[in-house]
Design a protein around this ligand. Structure first.
Ligand code: PEP
Length: 245
């Protein structure tokens, strides 16, 4: 018997999109959000000040899309967790598949970034998910276990402060979302690992071509606690419809 509520959480990942003019329009259309789901946007670093100024006092929180594993020092181009906290970020994406694929982020680095984020009081949204080749080779669970292993090893106190996002790589940006059933199967497996770690209340978001047309059927699944939304988060009305699904 569970005695906790996993409140629905919808996070927009703007990726490397936007200008200050475009962002101003998007943020002002979101600003008076008053729905029941928790809503957040993860914006490019240069726009954190704009997001915090625009969303301050609103029901929407904000965050970044990456963080350094290091606290400070000679790490040119990196941004520390403390710096994100300085912009009153609540969230940071960690281990997004685009960072794993294009920047060589390893499972160990993802765990270190997760720890750094928690240390600064941020909530890391740790992304995992298999490629199409891995799925077709029947390696879904093996890949998820490998990606989760070092994060779960951070221990119960750290785990209680994270959010996980299951994002099958083949569904990201392709317009081809996982079916609710396929997504639920992966989420149930992740939930079982969280249960083994004593943290079944950790929220697990689904990500991969979520839009206003498919969000409700995904959210009906018992182990899907919300969504990490890329492309559709750049259109205010679409993003708000997802949140209301
Ligand atoms: C993402 O960037 O995490 C993502 C899920 O993108 P999209 O919604 O565009 O597939």
């Amino acid at each position: 018997m569970t005695d906790f509520i996993r409140k629905r959480l919808v996070i927009g990942n703007w990726k490397m999109h936007g200008t200050s003019v475009q962002n101003a329009a998007l943020l002002s259309s979101l600003g008076d959000y008053a729905g029941s789901a928790e809503l957040a946007v993860c914006v490019p670093f240069p726009y954190l000040a704009q997001a915090s100024q625009s969303l301050e006092g609103s029901a929407i929180s904000w965050g970044a899309q990456d963080v350094s594993a290091h606290a400070q020092g000679a790490y040119t181009g990196e941004v520390s967790a403390a710096m994100l906290a300085d912009f009153t970020c609540r969230w940071v994406l960690v281990g997004h598949s685009e960072r794993r694929a294009y920047h060589g982020e390893t499972d160990a680095l993802v765990a270190d970034k997760t720890q750094a984020a928690i240390g600064a009081g941020l909530t890391p949204v740790v992304c995992i998910g298999e490629t199409l080749a891995e799925r077709e080779a029947g390696r879904l669970q093996e890949v998820m276990l490998r990606q989760l292993d070092q994060v779960l090893a951070l221990g119960g106190d750290a785990l209680s402060r994270i959010v996980l996002a299951y994002e099958p790589v083949w569904a990201i940006g392709t317009g081809q979302s996982a079916t609710p059933e396929l997504a639920q199967e992966a989420h149930a497996f992740i939930r079982a690992q969280l249960e083994r770690a004593g943290q079944p209340q950790v929220r697990v978001l689904y990500g991969g071509s979520v839009n206003a047309a498919n969000a409700a059927s995904l959210f009906e699944m018992p182990d899907i606690d919300g969504a990490l939304v890329g492309g559709a988060s750049l259109q205010a009305q679409e993003f708000l419809r997802i949140a209301a699904s």
